[in-house]
Design a protein around this ligand. Structure first.
Ligand SMILES: C[S@@+](CC[C@H](N)C(=O)[O-])C[C@H]1O[C@@H](n2cnc3c(N)ncnc32)[C@H](O)[C@@H]1O
Length: 413
């Protein structure tokens, strides 16, 4: 966490020859500690007489997590953690690890978590708790708690290749139970998660893995055959692929990150579609725009990611309070730049996986106030909550990740 690397980037460095089961366990331990980091820290602190070195501290947190939140028999959890101390050349600390974990087992039954400070109890930095409280009113405890629950696995049926119904039948034939997601017609949810390589139809592009809340974007863009469409922040390409699956459009997919665009190319190839793909700063239109106006633009803006904390608990600890205002500034600048490339009568969909107003309705409010030829198109939908402009979704609502969407239209010339 010190280098602000994401958890996914750190897990990508696990040894290539590690077994799938070990990989899954390491991943569950890392995600679990980050989800519950503050509470585990609060449990550990009184048991220490001095500050342990970082590796030992991390090991103790992993040990406590196993005792607190995982279905691992306590004696096995203590034994494995003590053994790991030796493997990590922390042999001299084995006695201490053993004593702390055994002591915790004894004390745990008597512990009363209601006395913990709110941020510790819910496992969030205080500044995030304050922002969620301010933005979500009485829903704030539910919003925080939802960010600590594992997310369901949603799939998207590729309309070019099969109906959602057919996709579900094929999964059922392979013994994989799924259900249709009510308010999103391309989405289905699996009863239990499964790796992509074991999903029938994934390699051939019939189905893709994508949160159902994220699948709402393509329907809001509502591009028609022949439309000239821009996906301005497109990588790793899930929404681009969905846009292309829905209609024969002429899509330009931009992203500032060349490595992430490689994943986009792989995704488009897998689902059997093509787009023009370009590395660019979307806001810097002089450098990439050829002057041909777009009928539709999707701006899936870079944001705090506070709506996807349940999938990426490291976000809680990687973000800093200043990041929110900085993100809002970038979002405003992207909107201003991209608006100039939108055709009169065209539509721009603004999306973020943030649940903070500063990156959602406040951005749109300010944009509409300074942009004469922009109008909000009210989203008439059965998902999320209506905001002054746009709609936002709380994490876990309908099973979705947290999102904000607004639809803007440019006055006809
Ligand atoms: C929320 S992600 C997009 C997810 C993508 N739309 C999808 O559904 O797979 C935001 C993306 O914006 C990109 N980005 C950030 N700043 C940008 C900029 N100035 N211009 C273009 N892309 C940018 C990031 O590299 C990141 O890939």
């Amino acid at each position: 966490m010190n280098d602000r690397r994401s958890l996914d980037a750190a897990l990508a460095e696990l040894p290539a020859d590690m077994s799938g089961a070990d990989r899954a366990l390491v991943s569950a331990l890392a995600y679990g500690v980050l989800r519950d980091y503050r509470r585990l820290e609060a449990l550990l602190a009184p048991k220490l007489s001095r500050k342990p070195q970082p590796l030992l501290r991390a090991l103790l947190l992993v040990g406590l997590l196993q005792l607190e939140a995982m279905r691992i028999p306590p004696h096995a959890a203590v034994h494995a953690t003590v053994s790991a101390a030796a493997m990590l050349k922390l042999g001299r600390a084995r006695g201490m690890v053993n004593a702390i974990l055994r002591g915790h087992q004894r004390d745990a039954a008597a512990a009363d978590s209601s006395e913990l400070a709110v941020g510790v109890r819910y496992g969030y930095p205080d500044w995030v708790v304050r922002m969620i409280e301010a933005d979500w009113g009485s829903l704030w405890p539910a919003v925080l708690a939802a960010g600590n629950r594992p997310a369901p696995m949603h799939l998207r049926a590729n309309a070019r290749q099969c109906s959602r119904h057919t996709a579900m039948q094929r999964l059922a034939e392979a013994g994989i139970a799924s259900q249709a997601v009510r308010v999103c017609d391309s989405a289905l949810t699996l009863d239990s998660a499964i790796s992509a390589r074991d999903l029938p139809g994934f390699a051939s592009g019939e189905i893709s893995i994508q949160d159902a809340g994220a699948q709402l974007a393509a329907g809001l863009v509502a591009a028609q055959a022949g439309d000239h469409v821009l996906d301005a922040c497109a990588a790793p390409g899930n929404k681009s692929a969905h846009l292309l699956e829905r209609a024969d459009i002429d899509l330009l997919a931009l992203d500032i990150d060349a490595t992430r665009l490689e994943t986009l190319n792989e995704t488009l190839q897998r689902v059997g579609t093509t787009a023009r793909v370009q590395v660019a700063d979307a806001g810097d239109i002089e450098h990439w725009w050829d002057g041909r106006a777009f009928d539709r633009i999707l701006l899936d803006a870079p944001c705090s990611g506070t709506g996807v904390i349940r999938r990426h608990p490291d976000i809680k600890w990687l973000r800093r309070p200043d990041d929110i205002a900085a993100a809002a500034k970038r979002q405003n600048a992207l909107l201003d730049g991209l608006w100039r490339t939108l055709a009169p009568g065209g539509r721009l969909v603004y999306a973020t996986c943030s649940i903070l107003r500063a990156e959602g309705v406040d951005v749109i409010d300010a944009f509409l106030a300074r942009t004469d030829d922009a109008r909000e198109q009210v989203i008439d939908a059965h998902w999320g909550f209506a905001e002054r402009y746009g709609r936002r979704i709380a994490p876990g609502m309908h099973g979705f990740d947290g999102f904000y969407y607004a639809v803007l239209e440019r006055d006809a010339a």
